[in-house]
Design a protein around this ligand. Sequence first.
Ligand code: ARG
Length: 565
Amino acid sequence: MLIQASIQALQSHVPLNEQQIEDLLEIPPNANMGDIAFPCFQLSKMLKKSPVQIAQELAKQVTSSEIQAEAAGPYVNLRFNRYYFSEQILEELSTKGWSVPNLGQGDRVVIDMSSPNIAKPFGIGHLRSTIIGAALYKMYQLTGYEVISVNHIGDWGTQFGKQITAFKRWGDEKALQDDPIAESLKLYVRFHEEAEQDASLDPEARDWFRKLEAGDEEAVRLWTYFVQVSMEEFNRMYERLNIQFDYTLGESFYNDKMGAVVESLQNKGLLEESDGALVVRLDEQGMPPCLILKKDGTTIYPTRDLATAFYRHDVMKADRILYVVGKEQTLHFEQVFAVLKKMEAAWVEKCTHVGFGLMKFEGKKMSTRRGKIVVLEDVLDEAAARALQTIEDKNTELENKQEVAEAIGLGAIIFGDLKNNRTNEVDFSLEEALNFDGETGPYVQYTYARTQSILSKHAASGYQEDIKQCEQEESELLGDSGWELLKILTRYAEQLVRGVQKNEPSVLARYVVEVAQAFNKYYNKERILTENMKLREARLALTQLTGEILSTILHILGLQTPERM
Ligand code: ARG
């Protein structure tokens, strides 16, 4: 609204159209320089005058009863009549809600997310993919896309040959049933240890995978069993994280779809032999060749991703495909996209690898091979336990403490991930993530609960009867800090759009902290439940709107919003 008003005020005095003006507008670096700044450098070229002179002339022309304009060097700083604009904005937001531009126009986006591997632990990389993917899902949905999430389970590949071999040699059915991931991992680790001594193991494993791809009954039976017990464990965790997928399609789903890809590569003359294997050369792209079929004729990860991409484009009718997968797979996706390009799949332009950095938990890395792992469930339990401790100290009266503690613990972990630029490496500290005074999930959740408690306190005060209508003239409805908060709230749609365009939930995470900080400042400086009815109404409206934005963004990011904490 302030942007709109600035454009209107400037429009008739400058030789630029609305969009051009909008693109130039800036938020001044500090609040006492005004609300919005318009730089005059560009006009200087057009008008052949110095930007300082233009700024001075413009300032005089633009000033009105609602907007005060002031030249500051080459800038025109605009200051809005706060009383007038506060009322306007509060009224508009309260009645019309938060409008968001329709970027997607119904385009279909497929998001490849989470995608853990059967018979291996759900890693921290999979957690990041799940959390980032789920946030992007909601962000795209809100901006007019039709979104489909796919959990691309790693349920195919030579490791299943190893798994079957190990299970047949040393496996324990009961142990696998009781603790599938741990037992699978044990077998996996043992396989690698023994394979160093025993040269028969690797060929045996390759042979089992070959049999599996060929549909051998025993191989398929054992594989099905591994998949089932692992999925049960993953699903338990998804439930705890409140995550659903539109589709769960493992790599095995594409088993019968790879032949067509290999054939098409062959027909296009793109396949070359190399040491008995078939590859697509990517020399001109400056990349190593992309392996398509191994010496023994079995398929490999890139082959399955090629078939998957075609399926998503041809059958699922995706207009865009996002792959939320760790940065360590950058080369893999560059290769897959390069091969698609060579196959003249023009839509590859709409495929994006949304990469992210490594996350360590309190300095600990993950290694599935050596069996040294941080177990996610333990981290969630620990987070909830510590959150419970804080609640016990802060609010002993709270009824549903356990539930709230789980929401806060989970919120701390999700937010602690999402507040970072996704490509950064994250060293996650539970203590930091749970700090109620830091830039954390719990801080924002707590602020939301504060807005709700103010609103209910007001509702309980029977305000219509006992508040006297104040006669005095108010120059300010919301106070300085309220005005700053309101201005921040009006930037919600712009932040959401920026987050979508960069595939960065962190834009929203940082913005929601900014909102929460501005609200707490407002709460500390101004009396919201004042006796003056006119002021109270405006200040409550601001509180209500802040609560809406906090909860909207927390839900986008995947956090819950307890009403009390
Ligand atoms: N399962 C793979 C892994 O854990 C991730 C799969 C990502 N998605 C894909 N289409 N390749 O490394």
